[in-house]
Design a binder for this molecule. Structure first.
Ligand code: ATP
Length: 214
């Protein structure tokens, strides 16, 4: 079965926390590819600081050269609020039922899952893989009741399970903790500090050329 990982986000800007998480999950879960899906208008947070086209272009530059990474711009094309359930429905329509789809999330995003639109349908469309992010290690003690119940019903610790079915499992997976956030990068750029070694050089050059986050 083909295995595809999907990493959604605002990517405002893309940073090594995103890229390393995608790379480690690609390898650990034996995925064939990871698709990065920038949100047009994320429903659960402030509007992004930069336009969708700038965020997509930085993402495009950052993943260039990795044949297993690609940019999927369906949320930008669709416009409006970017609900993950709509994205998964459109991916399923395109890919059919026999592809294993894994929604890759940082653990902070996973802990907020039950506030997402039609969250209870997500596992009928994809697996959910939550990668540990510093300060947000998911465990039954910090999961809200609804999430805990969902996790208990669908949890697996076996990576092989993601290849046995096309959807329906939740896997919590440890990755190298990188305490990098786009918020911190935007704040530092606003103070005139360099995001070197947190953001790929190609994306930094783009930020400089277009005077983003100044
Ligand atoms: P912001 O600081 O603006 O909220 P962010 O750095 O969290 O941004 P997003 O684009 O919102 O970046 O994140 C997209 C996805 O990547 C989310 O699932 C998030 O949890 C995950 N992610 C972001 N940074 C990391 C990191 N350092 N380690 C692991 N996962 C991460």
């Amino acid at each position: 079965m083909k295995l595809i990982g999907i990493l959604g986000g605002t990517f405002d800007p893309i940073h090594y926390g995103h890229l390393r998480m995608a790379q480690e999950l690609l390898q650990a879960l034996k995925l064939d590819e990871v698709r990065f899906i920038p949100a047009a208008n994320p429903p659960h947070r402030n509007q992004p600081a930069t336009s969708a086209s700038h965020r997509a272009e930085m993402l495009h530059l950052a993943i260039a050269g990795n044949p297993q990474f690609s940019l999927d711009d369906r949320e930008l094309q669709r416009g409006g609020l970017s609900y993950t359930v709509d994205t998964l429905l459109s991916l399923r329509k395109e890919l059919g039922k026999s592809v294993s789809l894994s929604l890759l999330l940082g653990s902070d995003a996973f802990l907020g899952l039950t506030s997402w639109r039609r969250w209870d349908e997500l596992l009928s469309l994809a697996h959910i893989v939550a990668a540990h992010r510093p300060h947000a290690a998911p465990n039954p003690k910090n999961m809200a009741d609804l999430l805990k119940a969902l996790w208990q019903q669908h949890t697996t610790t076996s990576i092989e399970d993601l290849a046995r079915a096309s959807c329906g499992k939740i896997l919590l997976h440890h990755i190298t903790p990188l305490d990098i956030s786009a918020t911190q990068i935007r704040e530092e750029l606003a103070q005139g500090l360099s995001p070197r070694y947190l953001v790929p050089e190609s994306a930094i050059n783009y930020i400089t050329t277009h005077q983003l986050y100044a």
